[in-house]
Ligand binder design. Structure first.
Ligand code: NDP
Length: 331
């Protein structure tokens, strides 16, 4: 059995030396009520960076020298729990281990015949729910409005933009490479895209792409990109603050412009969003996402990295933008 532990709390950008691999020969025996799981897919997510630090947040920090956890799809290979049978696949927050014992708490059965198993970590999992619920609950979109999405080519952003199109919005995506911008427009139907790495003036480029101003901003990145969006918001704009990946590795507090004048002048709303606050709406959201997917209205892309040993590197690569859509490790 292989396990990946958090060895150090990363300083700045995480590196391989922050992780420790251990291998042990062990027969995992299960007791009454337990099941033995074999890991199939592991989700790596930007928010895990926060859990690697000691700072207080909405989820507890990982403990040093303990296994890291994230969203995992696993196969039941032995079961003494009446709710799960051998051969079932489950999704849940599980350890970065090739095999592990669980009592079944928090595990959800997933059906690989309805959708590929990996999608339960992406478009039909946490990131899809984030996209749908963030946009619906805080964005309150109305047809004809203009939506800007940052981190647009990632797991959350690519779904946000497509839902925006389904709902009749004009959608502008911000991402880090020309290839990603092409994908936003050609694969996901965005109306326009801006490459923040090559833009000489983000403020002006947003104004050009959104001639009627910005009604909704779905923010995955924070920092200067989001500052530039603020200059273009409309009256009663809604800003969904979903993530701030551009500052997750900062060693000092980020320098940002003062948002208050923009909010006052435009009677605008800026609200932090955490998907787990909306758990009561997951069933309805899942139903809608599955329907759109089955009807071909929603599509997705994944970057699948092979091999358990590559989990930490896949995580680190999120901060380099090496993924398109959901970053997943296949074991
Ligand atoms: P993504 O699939 O979007 O992957 C991260 C992407 O961020 C990269 O591909 C990269 O794309 C972009 N990025 C990396 N560094 C920077 C930077 N310095 N400036 C701008 N963009 C950068 O991840 P997710 O879709 O899983 O997550 C997106 C955001 O949503 C994250 O901030 C995450 O923490 C947050 N989140 C929040 C949730 C909540 O409940 N609040 C739930 C899920 C996610 P590029 O090439 O374009 O730079």
């Amino acid at each position: 059995i292989k396990t990946i532990l958090l060895k150090n709390r990363p300083e700045g950008t995480p590196s391989m030396s922050d992780f420790e691999f251990i291998s042990e020969e062990s027969d995992l025996n299960i007791k009454e009520g337990e099941l033995l799981l074999e890991t199939t897919y592991v989700s790596v997510d930007p928010y895990l960076r926060g859990r690697m630090s000691a700072a207080k947040s909405y989820v507890p920090s990982f403990e040093l020298n303990k296994p890291i956890q994230s969203g995992v799809i696993a196969k039941v290979i032995a079961s003494k729990n009446k709710n799960f049978a051998v051969g079932d696949f489950v999704s849940g927050m599980l350890a970065w281990k090739t095999k592990q014992v669980s009592n079944g708490d928090g595990l959800l059965k997933v059906d690989g015949s309805k959708a590929p198993l990996s999608t339960y970590l992406g478009v039909l999992g946490m990131t899809g729910l984030t996209a749908y619920l963030g946009l619906e609950q805080i964005g309150k979109p109305k047809a004809g409005e203009t939506l800007v999405v940052s981190g647009a080519a990632g797991a959350v952003g690519s779904v946000v933009g497509q839902i925006g199109k389904i709902l009749g919005l004009t959608v502008i995506g911000i991402a880090g490479t020309d290839e990603k911008i092409e994908m936003l427009k050609n694969k996901f139907g965005f109306d326009a895209g801006i490459n923040y790495n090559t833009s000489k003036d983000m403020n002006a480029d947003i104004a050009k792409a959104a001639p009627n101003g910005v009604d909704i901003y779905f923010d995955n990145v924070g920092g200067p990109i989001s500052d530039a969006v603020l200059f273009n918001i409309n009256r009663f704009a809604r800003m969904i603050i979903c993530g701030a990946i551009s500052v997750y590795n900062n060693k000092e507090l980020p320098k940002s412009i003062s948002v208050q004048p923009f909010l006052v002048k435009n009677s605008a709303l800026m609200q932090g969003f955490i998907v787990s606050n909306y758990a009561d709406k997951f069933p309805e959201a899942m139903k809608q996402l599955s329907t759109w997917l089955a009807d071909g209205k929603l599509t997705y892309t994944e970057t699948i990295v092979d091999g358990f040993d590559n989990i930490p590197q896949a995580f680190i690569d999120l901060f380099e933008g090496k993924n398109k859509g959901k970053m997943i490790v296949k074991i």
